[in-house]
Design a protein around this ligand. Structure first.
Ligand code: FAD
Length: 397
């Protein structure tokens, strides 16, 4: 059984943690397919945009995180045929497998809002969601003394649901410290009926937004950008109204979906409008193709997509894949655990951790992370990155 071929599509947080754990378990034939030369630790991009971390510490060569003994094919996957058990690669060749782990992440749909693709990276529009734009967020925040700053959140599933609002709090705190917050109108656009779906943290975030005088627009999404005129169109779905607002800076988070080729593949969940890979929410195994597993942002699971969720999913995927290799039923279960470090100031953070039932699932039961804390901010900035590179990617944690 250890000689069965395991193919992992995607060498990001999910793909590399899975590969490392399979190696540790003695699986010999593992291939990772990923076209990227760089492996990114994306959770720090919020702090890059906030001027609290340099971009260069968030990326490392992909080769340096590839576990020893794992084959890396530096190409993109473009199609999958679960009947033939093959994946077609960008050069037209095929890679066969006995077991497939789908981990290519989520796709940023910059074209999903008219005008956004043209405006981002110029016209005072930035986004922490891409390494080429995150440093620009800080340039815009630093340069602002008055005017209107707009922060948006897409109406699709997204990775790190808290990230669109964290940067608004980091910016507002910076402007407060510089004494210019009174002269800046900060508008936070949220498509949901609340800032956060778990009530304890929602209450605290409402307090934070009030403290900075942020104008929160609930049930609202950005439906167009005009970079030339520096205006955004905001559509309020509850009221059925539309407004055009001028901005002096815009932090935009693009709509997101499964990668197009995944959405078109037979692995996509026919019930999901965004094409994520269908997976049993507890075993992470594909219901129609039992030799296929899904992990990370590409998995169609009813929980928030985060790296913290990946950390709890990896042992489940690996455990159940080893069960399958032995011909046994899956014995490991994922409970939907996810976590969102909600940065609320330049030195404060709330830590939201919860499961499929939105029940709080604290990693530090003795610490009250429903209150803004400095120790948690220090943990995010200085503690978690080494835990990620040395612990999670090596399969130790
Ligand atoms: P990724 O890590 O994105 O990896 C996907 C990999 O697949 C990439 O290496 C890519 O090159 C590769 N790939 C893509 N297409 C193909 C293809 N066709 N073929 C082969 N390979 C392909 N999470 C937290 O836990 N805490 C946070 O504070 C946090 N903050 C965030 C802030 C921001 C601004 C962003 C953008 C994300 C944040 N996240 C956070 C989310 C976290 O980064 C992701 O949830 C996590 O990286 C998911 O892992 P993944 O492996 O599924 O996807």
């Amino acid at each position: 059984a250890p000689d069965r071929r395991v193919l992992i599509v995607g060498g990001g947080s999910a793909g590399i943690s899975t590969a490392a754990r399979l190696r540790r378990a003695g699986v010999r034939d593992i291939t990772v397919v990923d076209p990227s030369d760089v492996h990114w630790y994306q959770p720090l991009w919020t702090l890059v945009g906030g001027g609290q971390a340099p971009l260069r510490i968030t990326g490392r060569p992909e080769a340096s995180v590839m576990p020893r003994g794992v084959r890396w094919i530096r190409k993109a996957a473009e199609a999958v045929d679960p009947g033939a058990r093959t994946v077609t690669l960008s050069d037209g060749t095929e890679a066969g497998y006995d077991f497939l782990v789908m981990a290519p992440g989520i796709q940023l749909d910059w074209n999903g809002v008219p005008g956004l693709a043209e405006a981002v990276g110029r016209d005072r529009v930035s986004s922490n969601y891409a390494p080429e734009y995150a440093p620009r967020t800080w340039e815009l925040i630093k340069g602002m003394r008055s005017g209107t700053a707009v922060f948006t959140h897409p109406a699709t599933p997204l990775k790190c649901g808290g990230a669109p609002q964290k940067i608004a709090y980091l910016a507002a705190d910076h402007w407060r410290r510089k004494g210019v917050l009174d002269r800046i109108r900060v508008v936070l656009v949220i498509p949901d009926p609340a800032l956060f779906k778990v009530p304890v943290w929602n209450r605290e975030l409402e307090r934070v937004a009030r403290r900075y005088g942020i104008e929160v627009r609930l049930n609202t999404e950005m439906t167009a950008v005009d970079g030339g005129r520096r205006t955004v169109t905001l559509t309020d779905r509850a009221a059925g109204t539309e407004e055009t607002l001028g901005y002096d800076m815009l932090h935009a988070v693009p709509p997101q979906s499964a990668p197009d080729w995944v959405e078109k593949s037979p692995l996509a969940d026919p019930a999901s409008p965004h094409g994520f890979v269908e997976a049993d929410k507890h075993t992470l195994r594909h219901p129609r193709h039992p030799e296929v597993f899904a992990i990370g942002d590409v998995a169609g699971l009813p929980t928030s997509k985060t790296g913290a969720a990946v950390r709890k999913q990896a042992p489940v995927v690996v455990g159940n894949l080893l069960d399958a290799m032995r011909g046994a039923e899956p014995s490991h279960r994922y409970d939907g655990y996810t976590s969102c470090p909600l940065v609320t100031a330049r030195d404060r953070m709330l830590l939201a951790e919860f499961d499929y039932d939105l029940k709080p699932a604290p990693s530090f039961p003795l610490i009250d992370t429903t209150r803004e804390r400095r120790d948690m901010w220090l943990f995010k900035r200085y503690g978690l990155p080494p835990v990620y590179w040395r612990g999670m990617l090596t399969g130790r944690l």
